[in-house]
Design a protein. Structure first.
Length: 530
């Protein structure tokens, strides 16, 4: 694989999706026909961008629309406030990408620590090694918004990864805006990577450059520190690359953060069997603790002839946004992230062309903000974190579950076989939501809740190996494991037994009387009903 820093054409998309993204190499498309009708694509998990920056949205939008602005190369992107037009004033229109520091250097909006729990249940606390060197910027303490740091490198004694090291990188970020004096959180995400060192004098610290970017868009272009973009570095500094490797089987991670209580709504990601704790620290910040297993995620590489695929597929291929593009001869392929709506169609349409088999399998542990995609007020609560959805599916809906008035539904898609072409892919899906959100949807009381979890494909309902429902500390956890693909819908319907009406019974003992109330009232010893 290669890693490339990519740009988009809209600031909102830039701040939420600009990534260091793995792109398939020519060897992965060996034998690619030299035919202009042949195109190709990959569906792959993304690697987070490992640096912080500030965007002057007004200037950026003007340039992207072809308007003339004064010294445009010096005013679009900034690495500190009140420079190059990124001013904090009543007219400010800024967007920030803030990598969070470790809590030793900050009190809030920071990484408090983590531990790696091995397959035998042994907990191994992480020890901070260092923060990667590079440009940072200070935050706005008076409004509780973070500055920009760089990812952190940790040693976890006793937690060996498959790269043969005990080293891990944490990259946690808050994307936020500052408009006319008002700060808002636009997104949040965090990834933990198992890594090994690569040393070479040609690696360098990432830095921001200015001007036209790849595909002709104006955007931030950085040096990733890659040697000819060859490798899988998740963070670099002078002479050093943190190269992503796989987690050991059965790895579980517990991460603790202190974050703005403006991080609200829904999260999605690549974890399994999660538990979550959210508790207020003060009027502006929360403690957020997530414990979950790592998951194996299949990747897809496919090619197709434009003259034979369905017209609606080709139309979507040409108009759907993509995050990368690589060339091989006169042909090219595009990269789609798994939550891209087109990814669901690509998997099902091109499955036969790749023998319904994944190209690669990699392990991840990450979470990120998503839209609720709902008009229901219970699902769009913005005052708190209300739920998260995670799956190992190759492609999935990039929003919270849909609500049809009686059930919660979620779409996933994937290929039937792992890279060996023989082993069936086993699907995982976890939904955690605040108990009060579930009760709001259904109008339930505080009585216990039951659930039916169904996995429904074109062939009908599947038999799922495992489904779970539990309620703990104000959170409802639901899960389905062991289902197969290609494009099933996961459907959850909650139920609650109707409360039985209370009755009254008058009981007598001589001249004494008592009124007993309950579902099935009975007179106490010595008393009789009349």
């Amino acid at each position: 694989m290669r890693i490339r820093v990519l740009a988009t054409t809209a600031v909102a998309t830039l701040i939420s999706t600009l990534v260091v993204a793995p792109i398939a190499t020519a060897t992965e498309f060996q034998g690619f026909p030299m035919d202009s009708n042949i195109q190709a694509l990959t569906i792959e998990e993304l690697v987070d961008i490992p640096y912080s920056f500030i965007v002057n949205d007004t200037v950026y939008q003007a340039i992207s629309q072809g308007q003339a602005v004064e010294t445009p190369e010096a005013t679009k992107f900034c690495d500190e406030f009140n420079t190059r037009g990124c001013n904090l004033n009543a007219y400010a229109n800024l967007s920030m990408h803030s990598v969070l520091p470790v809590c030793k250097d900050a009190i809030e909006n920071c990484i408090a620590g983590f531990e790696v729990i091995d397959k035998d249940g042994k907990s191994n606390p992480a020890m901070l090694n260092r923060i990667f060197k590079g440009k940072t910027f200070a935050g706005l303490e008076q409004i509780g918004m973070p500055g920009g740091s760089r990812p952190s490198l940790w040693n976890v004694p006793g937690a060996m990864n498959l790269g043969g090291t005990e080293q891990y990188v944490v990259n946690a970020k808050i994307n936020w805006s500052y408009r006319a004096g008002v700060a808002s959180v636009e997104g949040f995400n965090v990834s933990i990577y198992a890594i090994k060192e690569k040393l070479d004098s040609r690696y360098k610290e990432p830095g921001i450059s200015f001007g036209p970017a790849w595909q002709g868009a104006y955007a931030s272009v950085t040096g990733t520190g890659e040697i000819n973009y060859d490798g899988t570095c998740v963070a670099t500094e002078a002479g050093y690359c943190a190269e992503k490797v796989e987690f050991a089987p059965g790895t579980r991670i517990k991460l603790s953060l202190k974050v703005s209580n403006k991080v609200t709504g829904w999260l999605h990601g690549r974890i399994s069997k999660p538990t979550i704790e959210v508790a207020p620290l003060n009027p502006m910040f929360n403690s957020l603790i997530v414990e979950a297993d790592t998951v194996e995620v299949p990747m897809m590489y496919a090619q197709f002839d434009q003259t034979v695929v369905p017209k609606d597929f080709l139309l979507d291929f040409n108009r759907s946004p993509y995050l990368g593009r690589g060339f091989f001869g006169t042909n090219f392929w595009r990269q789609y992230y798994p939550e891209n709506p087109f990814a669901l169609k690509a998997v099902t349409t091109l499955a036969e062309s790749v023998k319904d088999t994944a190209a690669e399998l990699h392990t991840y542990w990450n979470l990120a903000s998503i839209s609720s995609g709902s008009k229901n007020s219970c699902m769009t609560e913005t005052s708190k974190l209300i739920g998260f959805i995670t799956t190992n599916a190759m492609a999935y809906s990039g929003r919270a579950p849909t609500w049809d008035g009686s059930s919660l539904e979620y779409k996933v898609a994937g290929l039937h076989y792992l890279p060996d072409g023989k082993t069936l892919t086993s699907g995982t899906y976890d939904l955690a939501m605040r108990s009060e959100t579930a009760r709001c949807l259904y109008g339930f009381t505080n009585a216990p809740i039951s659930a039916r979890i169904s996995v429904i494909s074109a062939e009908g309902e599947q038999k799922v190996a495992t489904t779970t429902l539990r309620e703990k500390d104000g959170w409802l956890y639901l899960a389905a494991y062991g289902f197969t693909f290609s494009a099933p819908t996961i459907k959850i319907k909650l139920t609650q037994a109707k409360a039985k009406k209370s009755k009254s019974l008058t009981c007598y003992k001589g001249k004494q009387s008592k009124v007993i109330k309950g579902v099935n009232p009975k007179c106490p010893a010595g008393y009789k009903a009349k």
